[in-house]
Design a protein around this ligand. Structure first.
Ligand code: HEC
Length: 106
């Protein structure tokens, strides 16, 4: 498995994205319709993003390859998330950078 962290450069993807302004808006747009308070992973807040899920941890800080969320979003494990198809490279890279920077509540 190859994670091309540098692929897009830093032109349009923040190196240190904020959870509040960079990451959770993606979850709300693309995941929350299915992932809110109905069992499994809950995308509604930082707390639930980090601690909920049938197979926890869904996110491992600073460890993209071992984060189930990234495995599912890349289609490397099980059905791809979201089921309608892969998010844009920019969205995926933003979430990856946030995890790599420690998956902080920032
Ligand atoms: C159309 C509904 C739908 C959308 C939208 C969706 N998912 Fe899912 N997701 C599911 C279902 C149903 C499951 C449980 C079945 C499975 O694991 O395939 C699941 C499972 C998962 C799991 C495993 C959870 C666990 O508890 O083990 C992760 C992680 C995940 N989704 C991430 C995402 C992310 C990230 C997004 C948005 C980028 C997303 N999903 C969007 C329906 C959806």
């Amino acid at each position: 498995m190859v994670w091309q962290v540098e692929k897009l450069g830093t032109d349009c993807v923040p190196v240190n994205p904020s959870f509040a302004s960079g990451v959770i808006p993606i979850f709300h747009d693309d995941c929350s319709a299915c992932h809110e308070a109905s069992g499994g992973w809950d995308a509604s807040s930082y707390q639930t993003v980090m601690t909920s899920g049938n197979h926890t941890p869904v996110i491992v800080a600073a460890d993209v390859p071992n984060s189930l969320l990234m495995q599912r979003m890349s289609g490397n494990l099980g059905a791809i998330m979201p089921p309608t198809g892969k998010l844009s490279d920019i969205e995926i890279q933003t979430i990856m950078n946030w995890i790599n920077m420690g998956a902080q509540e920032n």
